[in-house]
Ligand binder design. Structure first.
Ligand SMILES: [Fe+2]
Length: 511
């Protein structure tokens, strides 16, 4: 890899003059050169469809501020059928602009279904690392096996991203990130490294936070190894925010400007197509992906459209065990009316042997009070029980063959039986697996023990270990492997299997 290091001024060393007929902001520079590696944030790919994939990188010779300035920079990309790039099937040039922080989102179409590809970028004299990606199998193709991992909650200061190094080395078709990809807040007792800058509220500050997280080599390795799908939770914007309302920021106009900046920065740093770019009113991230006849995957957004938390909670009380009559109101929605309707239509159309609903948090009821005096975390589905009921009713109504819910957010591993009526000990509608955090500090062993004791539909819980979940799907069964990092404070830590569970086709509930 060679990098131009002949900087004559901060940022780019520019080549030949531009044509006067081209808009100045989009001038193609013949020979840009950087004073440092512009591919410090690595490469990524995502949103796999049978005939297309999205390739991503962002030019940032400097982590803080990017280090390029106001110039547009041409970036060449190549996609090959082999790692040596001897059979290049697609190539092109993309103009990286300052309006998008010199990020590159290339939506490559016309590809073969269900196969591996390799890709790389070039800008100036610099070449990116090589990434590997895979298109989705044809939607009706008979598929024997599909393997994916899911993860969430990666507070940079709480530990090293060793879990991703382990994930990158295994055989997977896809990675799903369920949110808290960055943290806006510093918290916790044991920090192994530090955030730069204060709590981000501007676009520039959010970009710098993403750049810091993306500079991590283990996170880069997992992005470079597989296509990703990502949804956000609250910490990409502000802790416990709901829709256009933040319990930590009472100035609604200011909070909306923070949310706009945060969504923009999320778009700039995720391998998503240009068509997903945010608008003035928001950004749609909920979507449906199909992987042959084996897997139908629904990605949900539980932040952008939700009703504010019940019982008049604010930032100090959302985590307390609470209850009030408002909590159970049918008018409360975690997904919003339009997304609920979309999910219902998507479930009606689902024909796959397994249907996975990927969402942010624990869906099962978790009563942290007593039978007489129940108490719930109102930031989760427990704050929206009527909406949860509608979702679970939809799985039954549409006769979904093998519904599985995956979640994160709670910094602990969980397995649960999802029921239409948790209290009545009724039949199991779906199986739920929740991954622990990549690094973020988890709950105490005592609180997990109490939760398991008081909520019999929770089959397993572990808050002591950080890690991720790997899923292996076949027509007959689903295997879920809980992979745990020995010590997130040790960058060389080992990762060991904590537990494995199986779901047999036609029998909801994990064994
Ligand atoms: Fe989190």
């Amino acid at each position: 890899m060679t990098f131009g290091m002949r900087l004559r001024r901060r940022g780019l060393l520019l080549g030949s003059a531009a044509s006067a007929t081209v808009a100045p902001a989009l001038v193609a520079r013949a020979a840009p050169s950087f004073r440092d590696d512009p591919f410090k944030l690595g490469v990524a790919s995502g949103c796999p469809r049978p005939d297309s994939i999205v390739l991503w990188t962002r030019l940032a010779p400097e982590l803080q501020g990017g280090g390029i300035g106001d110039e547009a920079v041409p970036v060449d990309w190549e996609l090959a059928e082999d790692e040596a790039f001897s059979r290049i099937v697609k190539r092109g040039q993309h103009m990286a602009t300052p309006a998008l922080a010199h990020s590159v989102h290339v939506h490559v179409r016309g590809l073969e279904p269900g196969r591996w590809y390799w890709y790389r970028f070039r800008a100036g004299g610099a070449q990116s690392p090589v990434g590997r990606t895979r298109t989705a199998p044809a939607s009706r193709a008979q598929l024997d096996r599909f393997r994916f991992a899911f993860a969430s909650c990666q507070q940079y200061e709480h530990g090293y991203f060793t879990a991703y190094r382990h994930m990158a080395a295994r055989a997977l078709d896809l990675v799903i990130h369920l949110g808290d990809y960055i943290y806006e807040l510093s918290w916790g007792r044991h920090h192994v490294r530090r955030h730069t800058g204060a709590i981000p509220t501007t676009l520039g500050e959010f970009r710098d936070r993403y750049a810091l997280y993306r500079s991590d080599p283990d996170l880069q390795a997992a992005h470079a190894a597989f296509p990703w799908l990502a949804i956000w939770d609250d910490h990409e914007v502000a802790d416990d925010y709901a829709n256009d309302h933040s319990p930590r920021n009472r100035d609604a106009t200011f909070f909306l400007s923070v949310r706009r900046a945060a969504y923009q920065a999320w778009f700039e740093h995720m391998p998503v197509p240009p068509s997903m770019a945010p608008t003035a009113s928001g950004m749609r991230i909920h979507d449906r992906y199909q992987f042959g006849d084996l897997l139908d995957l629904m990605l949900l957004d539980d932040r952008q459209y939700r009703t504010p938390q019940a019982c008049g909670t604010d930032s100090r009380t959302t985590r307390r065990a609470m209850d009030c009559t408002d909590r159970t109101s049918p008018s409360r929605s975690l997904l919003g009316e339009a997304q609920e309707a979309w999910l219902d239509e998507s479930l009606a159309a689902s024909r796959a042997r397994w249907t996975v609903i990927a969402q942010q948090t624990l869906m099962a009821e978790l009563n942290r009070g007593t039978t007489d005096q129940p108490g719930f975390n109102l930031d989760r589905w427990d704050g929206y029980p009527a909406a949860r009921q509608r979702l679970l009713d939809g799985l039954v109504k549409h006769r979904i063959a093998n519904p599985v819910v995956i979640g994160g957010d709670v910094h602990s591993f969980w397995v649960s039986d999802l029921k239409r009526d948790f209290a009545a000990n009724g039949s199991v509608v779906a199986t739920e697996f929740v991954c622990s955090s990549i690094t973020s500090e988890g709950p105490s062993a005592e609180s997990v023990r109490r939760a398991l004791q008081a909520n019999p539909h929770l089959k397993y819980g572990n808050g002591e270990k950080r890690g991720y979940v790997a899923i292996e799907l076949t027509g007959g069964s689903l295997a879920a492997h809980f992979e745990a990092v020995d010590d997130v404070r040790d960058p060389q830590s080992g990762v060991h299997r904590l537990k494995s569970f199986t779901v047999e086709s036609g029998k909801p509930g994990a064994l």
